[in-house]
Design a protein around this ligand. Sequence first.
Ligand SMILES: O=C(O)/C=C/C(=O)CC(=O)CC(=O)O
Ligand SMILES: [Ca+2]
Ligand SMILES: [Mg+2]
Length: 428
Amino acid sequence: MPLDHTHEAAATSWVESARDHPVFPVQNLPLGIFAPADGRPRIGTAIGACILDLAALAERLPEAVRPALAAPTLNALMDRPPAERVALRHAVFALLTDPARRAAAEPCLHAAADCTLHLPFAIGDYTDFYVGIHHATNIGRQFRPDNPLLPNYKHVPIGYHGRASSVRPSGVPVVRPKGQRKPPEAEQPVYGPCARLDYELELGVWIAQGNEPGDPIAIATAGDHVAGFCLLNDWSARDLQAWEYQPLGPFLAKNFHTTVSPWVITAEALAPFRAAQPPRPAGDPAPLPYLWDAGDQARGALAVDLEVLISTAAMRAAGLPPHRLSHGPATNMYWTVAQIVAHHASNGCDLRPGDLLGTGTISAPTPDGYGSLMELSTGGKTPVTLPSGETRSFLEDGDEVILAATARAAGFAPIGFGECRATVLPAR
Ligand SMILES: O=C(O)/C=C/C(=O)CC(=O)CC(=O)O
Ligand SMILES: [Ca+2]
Ligand SMILES: [Mg+2]
């Protein structure tokens, strides 16, 4: 049965907190791994202020996915064919909307506030791309004043291999990294706490079924390999980065901690929020055929609003709410998700279920939408003033950074991505 989003849009859940819920209405049904107060991690879905235990309800869900529902990660479940993922969504949707199924499902609901959220996958590999052309231009100007956007940028989706071990779910504090840097006036490099700690606003892409080693993924079918999306903060030590990045790219400046929102916002839930990829500016090169698909250009972008907020220790002490640093749409991506998936596998590299791709920092063209503090503060030349009267060029210990995202489309209830936050702790 294909997905019928018009039918889904009109439905309401018997879970009262889900009605008009700004993040987790019944149209969202994100998948994740949660542990109730006294229980082991298991697969669930967020619904309003609750989490539904899907492992406990396996007998009422499609037979083909039952063995995978018993696992403490989503890897095996997302290794199932796309049609089975759709069937699972239908079945969970029916459980949560059909009053006749309420008696069976209700005992498997937990208050989300009493549960712990874990990483959704055992992550094999993490790769970070660079699709935010405004970010690439802004940051390139600071690292390479004469040559901000390198000539390969519009031909090849640039990326680097990140570190899977240090991807952490929302809420785990980030310890300020130490490292080697060369202050501008210094003759010799020094080792010590990072002095230019930054965040990066990105979307994360979770890989579903992979490809065989040696077999590229055709761009027209790249979407079948995407399980869903999360928010991703690629914490970055700019002083370490500036010193270490040539010629092999980011290394210790970006592998100490990466925060993800723990719910997988599935590709199925986001289907009504697909948008046309903005046309390439006149004069830009046409991508090579392996990166070009008309259907992807028509529906490959995401109508998702993104924002970054900060809360400092002084703001919290004064009772001030988090302050929004920037906001902008996810359509500010020069390359689509299908293009980065197809490119990653274009050499025969095998992607596997639970691999994580970062899009790269998504900045808008104007400062109110810049996705990193290095851009907002122009590398320290234009510090940002906060409601507490404090200023920030880079992050201080005690600062909490919160990323948020909401998908919006006319005729559909908005769906949110959930929490992606972490607080900076002093270096050890
Ligand atoms: O242009 C550079 O040298 C620096 C690039 C980055 O900071 C890499 C990165 O993490 C990509 C991104 O988030 O867009
Ligand atoms: Ca990044
Ligand atoms: Mg990182």
